[in-house]
Design a protein around this ligand. Structure first.
Ligand code: ZN
Length: 195
């Protein structure tokens, strides 16, 4: 039978976007009996967080689900009340105090905020950050590889793939609300994307 869960699991399956995705799971050894180590271990498959998935740069087979629908489906479990996912968790810093911005679910969408007492509240919608991530990533790759051929730099088109790439490059972004802009530093060079 088709249930909401069935549809959601199809929309959330990264392979249906046409891209090949690796490292979705890992194999872990678990003690069969924690009270008796002599019994030995058995192997179990555990899911890795979306941030550590590895996406192919280009589509590998025809898509069933568009990247846009895949990205939108990532927040569906939140809407259904099963979990809360903030893709930029730990990646966004507040331009006033440099602390990590916290996820905040308001107006039926994910946002990030900083509410430190000594400066005014800082708030940014997740989709506003997502809109600029590809451009920021291209500039960051250019800076890290010392390249000027920006149009030749390939970054994943799916937001999940872009976020995974940011995490693997160790990038964090500072949101400067007064400009407004996103800033990241690569090899001592500040990259600024106006929002
Ligand atoms: Zn702050």
């Amino acid at each position: 039978m088709w249930t909401v869960g069935t549809v959601l699991s199809i929309l959330c399956n990264a392979r249906y976007t046409g891209y090949q995705v690796w490292n979705k799971q890992r194999t872990t050894e678990v003690l069969v009996d924690p009270c008796d180590v002599a019994v030995g271990v058995h192997q179990v498959r555990r899911g890795n967080p979306g941030s550590s998935w590895v996406w192919s740069r280009r589509p590998a087979h025809p898509a069933i689900v568009s990247l846009e629908n895949f990205d939108r489906a990532q927040v569906a479990p939140v809407i259904l009340g099963t979990s809360r996912a903030y893709v930029f968790r730990g990646l966004l810093r507040c331009g006033f105090c440099q602390r990590s911005m916290e996820g905040s679910w308001t107006n039926n969408r994910p946002n990030y905020r900083c509410r430190q007492g000594h400066h005014r509240n800082v708030f940014i919608r997740e989709d506003k950050v997502a809109e600029h991530l590809g451009a920021l990533l291209i500039r960051a790759v250019a800076a890290s590889q010392n390249r000027s051929d920006l149009e030749m730099i390939d970054v994943p088109r799916a937001l999940a793939g872009q976020v995974a790439m940011c995490r693997s490059m160790g990038l964090t972004f500072t949101y400067q609300p007064d400009i407004p802009a996103l800033v990241t530093v690569v090899r001592g060079e500040s990259i600024i994307i106006m929002m």
